[in-house]
Structures are given as structure tokens and as C-alpha cells.
Ligand binder design. Structure first.
Ligand SMILES: Cc1cc2nc3c(=O)[nH]c(=O)nc-3n(C[C@H](O)[C@H](O)[C@H](O)COP(=O)(O)OP(=O)(O)OC[C@H]3O[C@@H](n4cnc5c(N)ncnc54)[C@H](O)[C@@H]3O)c2cc1C
Length: 489
């Protein structure tokens, strides 16, 4: 039976972050009409794009960049998809300038795995003229999202806020529209050329995380609105799934809020001295990786003890001294919950000590005990051994560079629980190089496309800071062109 349509456009885009915005911009440039359905109300619209660091990856050579992406993907992504991405990354800086938003962007550095073939063809860019000096609360992610919103506002594309998509509508095997909950009741929006799924990942969908990610519990510090809705909508259409076990991971903080909910935060452990132990009070990996805000430490946190059915590194415990407490907030206040006003972290961490998020003690053992560490004496012994090595100038058995070997000597001493988590999941509906979503047999589902972190084509290793936003903006452009059957020059 033909449903009654309440609205219509060539493209219906589900989710208004970087991917949805890039799709809307590119489709509008090509003359296509666009309706974007956004779950959150306009005054509470906190896509991960807005919470982010705003960094995006670009390429300087197609084949070398494709090689780099291909190696990082570890076999999880066909090379032709990495190549299509690399090709689009070549023009990403120009594309961003062409939006005419007046937002400056700056080169900020190279990729994460400098020894991987093709690494020389990868750069990272970020909004701002001096991103290192962005003010707390005024982060580059906010600037990026604001620029994209400005560019969308200059097109005829319409954004319907507070309108979560619920179901895709299919006729004769083709996705032809979306059923959503509008502020005044259900709305059916007809898509003449295609539906683009860009609603973010499943960072806040406990069941999907439990069943698919490599460890559990797992926490994220991005948009609480990203609850895996797109996954279920695509699955109902018969979509295949890929790299559902992948995410952009690191050790993070997860803390209770007064209303019974919880919030997660990116945690900046350096500088100066730091030690992270498991629940037995033992160090297990070089903490400098976490201090460098790289993404490898997370893999070390996943160990599972089959005998006891426990994960002895989830949570782990981070120890530091008064010097670190005074050095500034333990989180980066220009990112995540702080950047979008969900929480205000105190400059000297005093509020978070009061909250009980940071445990304090006269000794490491006291601090460990206050944090609920199951083995406070062993943890104290481990920190004492670290301090002894630092004083003696001995090499670290876990490979920490000499300059990071700084003892925890100035009291009071502190302990914070850290959990595995990160910015976002990357698994989702399988796609091809055109951004078409594929069914369980690898055939495109007519009328259905994907862009953004839900099913983004990354695999085992995180290629560079800026991978997610690069993918969102590159594949947003690609799916707009594919769905409209046209390409821009
Ligand atoms: C603190 C932090 C720092 C980060 N820094 C970087 C960085 O510097 N560089 C980088 O590349 N990546 C970074 N990331 C990751 C990156 O921000 C995200 O992966 C990226 O923004 C995803 O873009 P997106 O458009 O796919 O999703 P989002 O930007 O999250 O947008 C998805 C939108 O879909 C909406 N939505 C969800 N469900 C529905 C539904 N059913 N119907 C309608 N709408 C729906 C959501 O409300 C949201 O507005 C960071 C993330 C965080 C949290």
C-alpha cells in the first residue's frame, strides 16, 4: 500500500553531522533538493562533529595515500574503497575553501603510523589559524560544524530538527523514503533519488556494544544521540555488516552524574609523571602512548581472564601527583562534553575531586584505596618501583622513552579509574566505493547510501587524527553525486 507522504526531496539525509552536512551541500550544488532529518532539537544539537577536535585528514598523492589506508585497514576494507577515499581527499582542502564560509583552516601535522608505506602522502588539517592555541570551550570541532552549518544554510536544503528517523520505507526492493517522529507526530518523507544514512555510530547502544565490540563495558565521549539507529534501519533492509568490532579507542574517563546518568571524557594523562596499573596493581603497557593521545593503549586494555570471567584492565587505575593536578584539567576542555556545554570541568580539578571522580591520598596506597583499587599495596609497590627507575635513570621495561620517566613524588597523590573507550565506533552497514550500502550478498540496496562514522571504511589501525571527519566529508560528497547520478568537476 502506498503511504501518504508528508514531505519530499531528491535526497533524504538521516543525521546532521559532518557527513550529513557534506551530503546536503554537495547535493544542493548539483541541483538536487535535500531534506535532512536530525534527531536532536536545534538548541541541543550536539553531533560528535561539534564535540570533536575538528581535525581532518587529506592526501597529497592518491596511490600512496590509498596504500597507507589499505595497510591501516588490515584487510577489512577493499582497496578500491580506500582509493576512492584517497582520490577525494586530494581535493578536500579546496572543497572546504570553496564553501566560502570564511573559516580558516591550517595544516597541523602528519599521520599516526609514520613507518607505514604511504604515510608521507597523508596530512592533517584543522579549523583555525593556530589550532594549538584554541581557547577552552571554543574548539575546532565547533568551528568546523558551524562552518558546515553556514554552508548548508546558504543552500535550499532543509534541516528538520527534533525529527528522529525510525524506519526506512521500501517499495519494490528500492528504498524510497523514511518514517520519522516529528515534533507533531509521525512524518513520512519521500526520497526521489536516495536515502543517505549518516546518523553516527552505536556509541550509546549497550546491546550492540556488548555483542560486537572487543570488550565490555565500553564507553564513548561523543554525542549521546548516536544510538545505532541507522544500524537497525539498514539491517531491516537486509544490509550486510562490516568491522563491527572496530572503534577509535583509548583509555578514557567515565564518571557518574548527580542525576544518575554518566558522562565520559577524553583524558590527558601527561605531563609530567604518570603510571597506569591493572586491578592487580601491575603496569602492563607503555603509558606514553596514552599520554601522546595515540590509539594503541586501548588494545592493551582489552585482556580478558577466562578463569575468572573478568577483565583485569577494565577499569585500570591512573596515578599522578600534585604537579599534574596543578598543571590543568585532566580532560581537554575544548573537546567533548565540555565543548558543547554538557559539563564544565574546573581549571584546577577541584570540582572533580569533590565529585569523587579523582581520589586523593597522602600516599599512593591511600589514593588507590580511595579510588576503590582492588590491590592498593601492589599498586603502591609498582609506583615505588617506577619512581626508583626514574631516579636511577634506568630504562623502562615497557618501552617508555627516557624523557617520560618522571617520578610521582610531590604529594598529595591521586588516582583515577580509566576505562577502555573512545570517540566513536566505525562498524556498520557494508558499503562500496560509491557509498552504496550492500546487502548480505554484497549487492547494492537500491536507493540506500551511507556516509560518516556508521560503517566508515576504516579497519584495524586508526590512520590519522582526522580520519573520521575526512571520511564524513569525502563520502558525503561521493554519495550525493552517486545518488543524483552526477559528478562535480
Ligand atoms: C571529543 C571528540 C573529538 C574528536 N576529534 C576528532 C577529530 O579531531 N578528527 C576526526 O576525524 N574525528 C574526531 N572525532 C570523531 C568525529 O567527531 C566523528 O567520528 C564524526 O564527527 C562523525 O560524523 P558523523 O556525521 O558521522 O556523525 P555526528 O557528527 O555524530 O552526526 C550524527 C548526527 O545524527 C543524529 N542522529 C542519530 N540518530 C538519528 C536518527 N535516528 N534520526 C536522525 N538523526 C539521528 C545525531 O543526533 C547527530 O546529530 C572526535 C570525536 C569526539 C567525541
Amino acid at each position: 500500500m502506498t503511504p501518504r507522504w508528508d514531505d519530499e526531496a531528491d535526497l533524504v539525509v538521516i543525521g546532521y553531522g559532518a557527513a550529513g552536512a557534506a551530503t546536503a551541500i554537495q547535493a544542493s550544488r548539483l541541483g538536487g533538493s535535500v531534506v535532512v532529518l536530525e534527531k536532536q532539537a536545534q538548541d541541543r544539537h550536539t553531533p560528535s562533529t561539534r564535540m570533536s577536535g575538528g581535525m581532518f585528514m587529506v592526501a597529497t598523492d592518491v596511490e600512496r595515500a590509498a596504500t597507507y589506508l589499505d595497510i591501516c585497514a588490515g584487510g577489512m576494507v577493499p582497496r578500491e574503497i580506500s582509493r576512492a577515499w584517497a582520490e577525494r581527499m586530494m581535493g578536500l582542502v579546496d572543497w572546504f575553501h570553496s564553501l566560502g564560509t570564511g573559516q580558516a583552516i591550517t595544516y597541523t601535522g602528519k599521520c599516526e603510523h609514520l613507518d607505514v608505506d604511504g604515510a608521507d602522502a597523508i596530512e592533517v588539517w584543522q579549523p583555525g589559524t593556530n589550532p594549538q592555541k584554541l581557547a577552552p570551550g571554543g574548539g575546532a570541532g565547533r568551528a568546523l560544524m558551524a562552518a558546515l552549518e553556514k554552508a548548508v544554510a546558504a543552500t535550499p536544503a532543509r534541516v528538520r530538527y527534533a525529527t528522529p528517523a525510525r524506519r526506512l520505507i521500501r517499495e519494490e526492493g528500492r528504498v524510497v523514503g523514511v518514517l520519522a517522529d516529528g515534533p507533531d507526530g509521525p512524518v513520512r518523507v519521500r526520497a526521489h533519488k536516495g536515502v543517505v544514512l549518516s546518523p553516527g555510530g552505536y556509541e550509546y547502544d549497550e546491546e550492540t556494544k556488548l555483542n560486537y565490540l572487543r570488550g565490555y563495558p565500553m564507553y564513548f565521549y561523543g554525542n549521546p544521540g548516536n544510538t545505532g539507529d541507522g544500524l537497525r534501519m539498514a539491517q531491516e533492509m537486509g544490509a550486510g555488516l562490516w568491522h563491527m568490532n572496530q572503534m577509535i579507542g583509548r583509555a578514557i574517563g567515565n564518571f557518574p552524574m548527580p542525576d544518575g546518568s554518566d558522562l565520559s571524557f577524553i583524558i590527558f594523562i601527561g605531563p609530567p609523571g604518570y603510571v597506569i596499573t591493572d586491578q592487580f596493581g601491575k603496569r602492563y603497557a607503555g603509558e606514553h602512548i596514552q599520554a601522546g593521545l595515540l590509539h594503541g593503549f586501548y588494545y592493551s586494555m582489552l585482556e580478558y581472564d577466562n578463569d575468572t570471567g573478568t577483565s583485569p584492565r577494565n577499569p585500570s587505575y591512573w596515578f599522578f601527583d600534585e604537579t599534574r593536578r596543578q598543571a590543568g584539567p585532566l580532560t581537554l576542555t575544548y573537546l567533548g562534553a565540555c565543548a558543547v556545554g554538557l559539563y564544565e570541568w574546573s581549571p584546577d580539578n577541584s570540582k572533580e575531586i569533590e565529585n569523587g571522580w579523582i581520589a586523593r591520598g597522602e600516599t599512593i596506597e591511600d589514593a588507590a584505596r580511595a579510588a576503590g583499587h582492588p590491590a592498593p599495596e601492589q599498586a603502591a609497590a609498582e609506583v615505588a618501583e617506577h619512581n626508583r627507575r626514574c631516579a636511577a635513570g634506568e630504562a623502562d621495561p615497557l618501552g617508555r622513552p627516557a624523557e617520560t620517566m618522571i617520578g610521582l613524588t610531590k604529594g598529595p597523590l591521586y588516582c583515577v579509574k580509566l576505562v577502555p573507550g573512545g570517540s566513536n565506533t566505525t562498524g556498520g552497514p557494508t558499503r562500496n566505493a560509491k557509498g552504496q550500502i550492500l546487502d548480505v550478498f554484497g549487492e547494492p540496496i537500491p536507493g540506500l547510501y551511507g556516509a560518516g562514522e556508521l560503517g566508515q571504511p576504516t579497519g584495524m589501525r586508526y590512520p590519522a587524527d582526522g580520519t573520521n571527519l575526512s571520511e564524513a566529508m569525502c563520502f558525503g560528497q561521493i554519495v550525493a553525486e552517486q545518488a543524483l547520478g552526477r559528478e562535480t568537476n
